[in-house]
Write a protein that binds this ligand. Structure first.
Ligand code: C2E
Ligand code: CA
Ligand code: CA
Ligand code: CA
Length: 274
């Protein structure tokens, strides 16, 4: 038993080593990818249900790895956040997204995800202004998406930064609404322009007797506060029907379109115009 125990321990230890080693390798590769420009942005439409038209797109980053192909952000964003690399990466995303959006029809806005570490940076608002100026994109065409975890720490100065940006015309969305503990209390503390209802609510809504009850409640909350509501992760016609019935204004999801490269999104948008 003793020997087996030791064996187990050694195996566990070597797995720990392996995980730590992979982390170190990925961190080095992330730095290289930044230096060599190996990130790209894909764009997913945000659709107005009333007018049945694309209102904007969300920029979603991907990593073009020389051996492993396209890596999704779920794999590398957490490490980028832990290592602080999210700050230069987020800055690249912001600048690229503004440049790309400036090539799209001027009634299309672009939504960019912002991490806590970026917002905490004292120069964040300045960086946003510089990205707008360099691209020529109007502030009113930029939306910043933040999750409530972004507001958890250092809240006062974060709120101040958001107020500054909002006064300049940038719109602020609360992402993944309903997944944290205090989503609702943040709505009281900051005048968000949009609530993005997390896709877990639409996923769990169809085929239940209380189908849509939570979505309905959040939409009602948004309506009474004058905040647009969008439902994320709409994949089926049945889900779309639920979302419509509950009165949400916008949707995003595979049913309409997955995230796509800029040229494909651009084609979709300009085709719709002619
Ligand atoms: P998110 O901000 O909640 O973005 C929505 C995610 O849901 C995207 O995953 C999108 O591809 C996916 N999605 C959209 N429609 C559907 C659907 O109908 N069904 C399902 N199952 N999924 C759908 P993606 O691109 O893998 O991004 C994952 C997360 O990575 C994002 O979640 C966001 O938190 C983070 N992320 C992506 N790009 C950036 C970035 O530039 N900066 C930061 N800080 N985070 C980013
Ligand atoms: Ca988002
Ligand atoms: Ca989200
Ligand atoms: Ca999310």
């Amino acid at each position: 038993a003793k020997a087996a125990g030791r064996g187990t321990y050694c195996l566990f230890e070597s797995q720990m080593d392996e995980t730590a080693r992979e982390r170190t390798v990925m961190e080095r590769e992330l730095r290289e990818a930044l230096a060599y420009g190996r990130f790209e942005l894909h764009y997913q439409p945000l659709v107005d249900l009333d007018k049945n038209r694309i209102k904007g797109v969300e920029a979603l980053v991907r990593w073009r790895h020389p051996e492993r192909g396209l890596i999704s952000p779920g794999v590398f964003i957490p490490l980028a956040e832990e290592t602080g690399l999210i700050v230069p990466l987020g800055d690249w995303v912001l600048n690229q997204a503004c440049r790309d959006a400036a090539t799209l029809p001027d009634d299309i806005s672009v939504a960019v995800n912002v991490s806590a570490l970026q917002l905490r940076n004292r120069n964040f608002a300045q960086g946003v202004l510089m990205a707008l100026a360099a691209s020529g994109l109007k502030a009113t065409r930029l939306e910043l998406e933040i999750t409530e975890s972004v507001l958890l720490d250092d809240t006062e100065s974060n709120l101040e930064t958001l107020h500054t940006l909002r006064r300049l015309g940038v719109r602020i969305s609360m992402d993944d609404f309903g997944t944290g503990y205090s989503s609702i209390s943040y709505l009281r503390r900051f005048p968000f322009d949009k609530i993005k209802i997390d896709r877990s609510f639409v996923r769990d809504s169809v085929g239940r007797s209380d189908a849509g009850a939570i979505i309905r409640a959040i939409v009602g909350l948004g309506t009474s506060l004058g905040i647009t509501t969008l439902v994320e992760g709409v994949e089926t016609e049945a889900q779309l029907a639920t979302v419509r019935a509950e009165g949400a204004q916008e949707i995003q999801g595979y049913l309409f379109s997955p995230p796509r490269p800029l040229n494909e999104i651009s084609e979709m948008l300009y085709l719709a115009k002619t």
